[in-house]
Design a protein. Structure first.
Length: 123
């Protein structure tokens, strides 16, 4: 079994995390550094951290639960991006692009959960 960095879902999560960080640094005003920007960065970092943590446990049930938490963090990032849109820190096009990346990441997480569940069901 390869490491968590070999997982496509983790790789896509990493790309999403990096996009969120660039967006927060590039578009958010200085007064949001320790508020919205920090929350967005933390939530996006939690996605890959949860996937890595679950992978490291080597128990399918715990791994599935960690992936469910990661999926929740993706939703949280979208909420933070919605705030950024409402506050006009980002425009509609930037929001839609990030929302599409989030949707793709959620689909990958769901697929990974299904894979883990099928492995669990075989036991």
């Amino acid at each position: 079994m390869g490491g968590f960095r070999d997982l496509v879902v983790w790789q896509k999560g990493r790309a999403y995390r990096n996009e969120c960080a660039v967006l927060a640094r590039k578009h958010f005003p200085p007064e949001e550094k320790y508020r919205l920007a920090d929350q967005l960065i933390r939530a996006s970092r939690a996605v890959t951290a949860m996937i890595a943590e679950g992978h490291g446990r080597f128990h399918h049930k715990e791994n599935i639960q960690s992936c469910r938490l990661a999926r929740g963090e993706v939703s949280e990032t979208v909420d933070h991006l919605t705030v950024a849109l409402d506050e006009k820190y980002i425009d509609e096009n930037e929001f839609k692009r990030m929302e599409e990346l989030a949707s793709e990441l959620e689909r990958l997480i769901n697929g990974y959960i299904r894979h883990l569940q099928s492995q669990l069901d075989k036991k």
